[in-house]
Design a protein around this ligand. Structure first.
Ligand SMILES: [Zn+2]
Length: 317
């Protein structure tokens, strides 16, 4: 019987024990290698691109010999204002990679020995970094599209006499959103947060190439897809899959996202829903990578992305 990949020894290539045993110098070298991949870890001035530099060894900083700019391995990246050691940052990335269904900020804070706010910010920075991998990506080939509604639920009052009609628009929170996801078979998953699933039609027009084939369920708003794409539909009241027509892969993505939200985060604000959707997509698309490869990939993405727009100020406090 074949073993599930995550259970096999070959999926495990990095552990917290190894990271802490390696020590700060070795973990720092990993940062340099992933930041300056093309020069095999040799520092490159972020200002002018020069390789000539002086080392300010006590602080692990460099001074460019050509333009005098001072920089470090995390300068200009989402980790630029870091307070944690390289060892602790790498451990955090390992915990992120190991959490196949995500990790709550509170659990991460306890594992890392940092406060909940720092944990929240660090996790969101990593999510932002991994999402950068598919920034401006387009899809082609066979693509499944579907939506998953999330949030905006009102708990019914204890006493029946106090309960309101939750179906009325005036009694709704306005916080209900839908994650519309497009998943290319054998390719990437792109999630978007919208107020209605029907917005998926416009989203498809902007990220799917014209010659692609689309797969959608029977919901009537997908009728509009036929005008722009070769589209096949599966009626779920008849079957989940018929002659290769199905949306099973995009459904697998939603099941990971749902387990992430319900099992780890419980409450997700409208503002951050896209971050969790991105994390789940990245993990779904790379589900066959080893945990070490995942952690290093996340670090590489974090070090090659400019400073966080959203969380720049948070880190200092
Ligand atoms: Zn320079």
């Amino acid at each position: 019987m074949s073993q599930h990949f995550l259970v096999s020894a070959r999926s495990r290539t990095l552990s917290l024990r190894e990271i802490y045993a390696a020590g700060e110098e070795k973990n720092y070298a990993t940062f340099c290698k992933l930041r300056w991949e093309t020069t095999n870890g040799e520092p490159t001035c972020p200002q002018c691109g020069s390789l000539t530099h002086y080392k300010i060894t006590t602080r692990r900083r460099f001074k460019c010999a050509d333009c005098s700019h001072q920089y470090s391995v995390t300068s200009g990246t989402i980790f630029s204002a870091r307070k944690l050691s390289y060892t602790n940052l790498l451990a955090g990335l390992c915990l992120f990679a190991n959490a196949v269904k995500g990790v709550s900020a509170l659990q991460f804070a306890r594992d890392m020995g940092i406060n909940a706010k720092s944990a929240f910010v660090m996790l969101h920075k990593i999510r932002e970094a991994v999402a950068g991998e598919t920034k401006n990506a387009t899809l082609t080939g066979e693509i499944e599209i579907d939506g998953m509604y999330q949030g905006g639920k009102i708990r019914p009052a204890n006493l029946a006499a106090n309960r309101i009609d939750r179906r009325l628009a005036s009694n709704q929170t306005g916080k209900r959103r839908v994650v519309v996801a497009l998943r290319q078979r054998g390719g990437r998953t792109l999630p978007f947060v919208a107020t209605s699933e029907a917005h998926g039609v416009q989203i498809a027009a902007s990220v799917v190439e014209k010659n692609a084939k689309m797969f959608a369920d029977e919901a009537s708003h997908w009728d509009a897809l036929h005008a722009s794409f070769d589209t096949a539909r599966i009626n779920h009241s008849v079957a989940y899959s018929l002659d290769g027509i199905h949306t099973n892969l995009v459904e697998s993505y939603f099941s990971r996202l749902r387990r992430m939200i319900e099992g780890q985060h419980h409450h997700v604000s409208v503002r951050h829903l896209n971050q969790y959707a991105n994390e789940a997509a990245w993990k779904e698309d790379h589900r066959e990578l080893t945990n070490g490869a995942l952690a290093h990939r996340a670090l590489g993405l974090a070090l090659n992305q400019s400073r966080s727009k959203y969380f720049a100020g948070y880190w200092h406090r």
